[in-house]
Design a protein around this ligand. Structure first.
Ligand SMILES: Nc1ncnc2c1ncn2[C@@H]1O[C@H](COP(=O)(O)OP(=O)(O)OP(=O)(O)O)[C@@H](O)[C@H]1O
Ligand SMILES: CC(C)(CO)[C@@H](O)C(=O)NCCC(=O)O
Ligand SMILES: [K+]
Length: 242
């Protein structure tokens, strides 16, 4: 099987064998041209010869149509995931015409009907979602630390910071530190507040920036990098059975 994740920043893929082990994977920046990037990967995908391609995309109809066109040239069946608020593995109170497929799949990959869970995705956006015994209660969306820094950079005259590291939440005494620490605190503080309000929810974090953020959270956090892939596998496994 080949699994594709078309995110806002990157295209990721995983090739798995019959027992679900990852035998190849990669992540590439697509610069808003995912279909063109895919075109460059078609030779590779043909060589992999998967029997099926399962796709998570948050790119919207127009780009998805281009992706469909590109993938149609391969002779491999493929299917996009559609969010379903009444899915047997997890029901959701969220508007399922709006809920991002990546968010939903990350939850589907983590959901455990015996638990209360808080699933935090740290990609282009940071998303925080609450699940109570396999019911998605809703959540929050924040710009990532990098998007927040870009918005300060582009919205002000005197903040010209475009690089630096996010490594502390203590107050800063330089613009560089104040920007990085303020941004990191905005997300860490939100997570700490949400976990204070929901003390008996297990906190699970995933995505490229999860480890940077998790270090400052005042609760034990489970870091998992396989949630979206696990969600894809659960989704298509389920759709095969029904
Ligand atoms: N300006 C930037 N400078 C350095 N790293 C960045 C910058 N913007 C984004 N990143 C990195 O890009 C990664 C994006 O996270 P991740 O791989 O989870 O999601 P993504 O592929 O961007 O998400 P999405 O699936 O939303 O496209 C983050 O790990 C972040 O560290
Ligand atoms: C929030 C992001 C950008 C996270 O990648 C994505 O899941 C998305 O575009 N979601 C649509 C909006 C929503 O989930 O309500
Ligand atoms: K947008």
């Amino acid at each position: 099987m080949l699994w594709l994740d078309l995110g806002n920043t990157r295209l990721k893929y995983w090739l798995t064998d019959d027992i679900g082990q990852i035998v190849a994977h990669d992540a590439k920046q697509h610069l808003q041209a995912p279909a063109e990037l895919l075109m460059g990967l078609t030779d590779r995908f043909e060589r992999y010869a998967p029997d099926f391609i399962g796709i998570s995309s948050v790119l919207g109809d127009e780009l998805n149509a281009k992706v469909t066109e590109t993938l149609s040239r391969l002779n491999i069946p493929f299917e996009f995931v559609h969010v379903d608020a009444a899915h047997p593995l997890m029901r959701s109170d969220y508007n399922d015409e709006q809920l991002g497929c990546d968010r939903w799949l990350q939850m589907l990959g983590a959901v455990d009907k015996k638990k209360r869970q808080c699933v935090i995705g740290c990609g282009t956006a940071v998303t925080i979602d609450l699940i109570d015994h396999a019911t998605h209660l809703g959540g929050y969306i924040f710009p990532s630390i990098y998007l927040q820094r870009e918005s300060l950079f582009s919205g002000t005259k005197q903040i010209t910071i475009s690089n630096g590291t996010f490594d502390s939440v203590g107050q800063g005494v330089t613009t560089q530190d104040a920007v990085h620490r303020g941004i990191l605190l905005s997300i860490v503080g939100a997570i700490n507040e949400i976990s204070r309000r929901h003390p008996n929810f297990e906190v699970i974090m995933t995505g490229g920036d999860a480890s940077i953020i998790a270090q400052h959270v005042n609760r034990s956090v489970r870091l998992r990098d396989d949630l979206l892939l696990n969600g894809l596998a659960r989704y298509f496994d389920h759709s095969k059975q029904t």
